[in-house]
Write a protein that binds this ligand. Structure first.
Ligand code: ADP
Length: 410
């Protein structure tokens, strides 16, 4: 096992296509790091450079204590699992798994009995024992994928590299294999770099995730950091499902406080979003709101007001302090939304909403909330899941406290 370090790595394909630009990633020993981003963002190229299947145009790649830029793939001591499995069709499962060990038997100092023991041990781990005599054509997609993983594991490499290994499997199998890969990593502790375009897969598998776009790393952090403290609008919109809502508007002062002028109503700002507001007064900005931070229907109740009994600010129908129902609460937000579609998802539901200036907003709320399509409902925004961004597709998140932007990789 080993750490894998990329320092200012770039790749320009012949013809001048810059696929990867100054990528720096430090994968710690035993860590599971996922490269994620939309198609064409440079994830596979980055992985293939680590594997030695693509030349590095600039920068340095280190595996363990060895710079590998000029080391051929077979000497890098890594194992790669591809999307299309790449099994040898005329070999049995056993032969597929034993192949790379047999090729390098002398070099590895393994006897035939050692190889046999290793293959059977790994096969047992992956529930492949009963399939060892079959050829790939007689296996299901999930079984083939397990053989591909087994073939990588038998070599006990310094690192595993996975390139979209689950994308050919159906949804249920993908979930099962995902859980298996996670368990396997826990047990073996082998340093792993995993490429996927699926943000959910990235968030569930990775100890840390690298979010890429246009060949550039936008953020490198734990799944929670990337979700709760996205450094810019691209990361905020890419991570999370349904995606974050983005509202265009202006930050304005209101007496001692701040609000976001959404065009059809005011959204009172509080917490770190309000703290950042002064620097952006009267400027066009984007308020990003997670679907679970949009409160509608019962949960929004009378909007924002002051509890008559205990004089504290209340968001929603009930006072957090005394629990009293806020029948007379004044709706200072004044934001109203039209319910276009309600999508029940079991315990929660996604409600698609529009205000008079923003369409396609989505709120994820309890399925027990009374809500009907066509209804007009008050909309209240919880600032805890909200962020203020500069305009543009990669506008910076200006509402992160200075000490929160630690996972940014510039
Ligand atoms: P991803 O894995 O994120 O989908 P890739 O690393 O495959 O992205 O590709 C990154 C960029 O490099 C894309 O613009 C792609 O078209 C380009 N690219 C990939 N492979 C080659 C190649 N062999 N020759 C030229 N351009 C390539």
């Amino acid at each position: 096992m080993a750490e894998v370090v990329l320092r200012d790595v770039s790749k320009t394909y012949p013809g001048g296509v810059p696929a990867v630009r100054q990528v720096s990633i430090h994968v710690r020993d035993s860590e599971f790091v996922v490269l994620v981003g939309p198609s064409g963002c440079g994830k596979s190229t980055t992985l293939r450079m680590v594997a030695g299947l693509e030349e590095v145009s600039d920068g340095e790649i280190r595996i363990g204590d060895r710079v590998v830029n000029d080391v051929p793939p077979k000497d890098r001591d890594i194992a790669m699992v591809f999307q299309n499995y790449a099994l040898y069709p005329y070999m049995t499962v056993y032969e597929n798994m034993a192949f790379s060990l047999k090729l390098r038997r002398r070099e590895l100092g393994m006897s035939r009995a050692d190889i046999d023991r290793k293959v059977r041990e790994v096969a047992a781990t992956l529930n492949l024992t009963d399939l060892l005599k079959r050829k790939p054509a007689a296996l299901s997609g999930g079984q083939r994928q397990r053989v591909a993983v087994g073939r990588a594991i038998v070599r006990s490499p310094k690192a595993f590299l996975f390139d979209e290994p689950l994308s050919n499997l159906d949804a249920k199998l993908r979930l099962e294999m995902r859980a298996e890969l996670k368990k396997l990593h826990r047990r073996l502790g082998t340093t792993t770099i995993y490429v996927t375009h699926d943000q959910e897969e990235a968030m569930t598998l990775g100890d840390r995730v690298v979010v890429m776009k246009d060949g550039v790393v936008h953020q490198f952090g734990t799944p929670l950091e990337v979700y709760e403290r996205p450094v810019n609008r691209f990361v905020a919109g890419f991570v999370g499902s349904p995606p974050m809502n983005f509202l265009n508007g202006y930050v304005r002062r209101d007496g001692d406080g701040w609000y976001f002028d959404e065009g059809s109503g005011r959204i009172p700002l509080s917490g770190r979003v309000a703290d950042s507001a002064a620097r952006y007064a009267d400027r066009p900005m984007v308020l990003g709101v997670r679907p679970e931070s949009l409160r509608v229907g019962d949960a929004a109740g009378g909007g924002r007001g002051v509890c008559e009994r205990c004089d504290v600010e209340v968001v929603g129908r009930y006072c957090h302090c005394c629990g009293a129902e806020q029948t007379a609460a004044e709706t200072t937000a004044g934001l109203k939304a039209h319910v276009a579609v309600v999508e029940p998802l079991g315990d929660v539901m996604d409600v698609f909403l529009s205000t008079s200036v923003h369409e396609g907003l989505v709120a994820r709320i309890s399925a027990r909330t009374r809500m009907a399509e066509g209804q007009v409902v008050p909309l209240v925004i919880d600032m805890l899941g909200s962020h203020l961004f500069e305009p543009g597709a990669t506008g910076a998140n200006v509402s992160l406290a200075a000490n929160e932007a630690t996972s940014r990789v510039a």
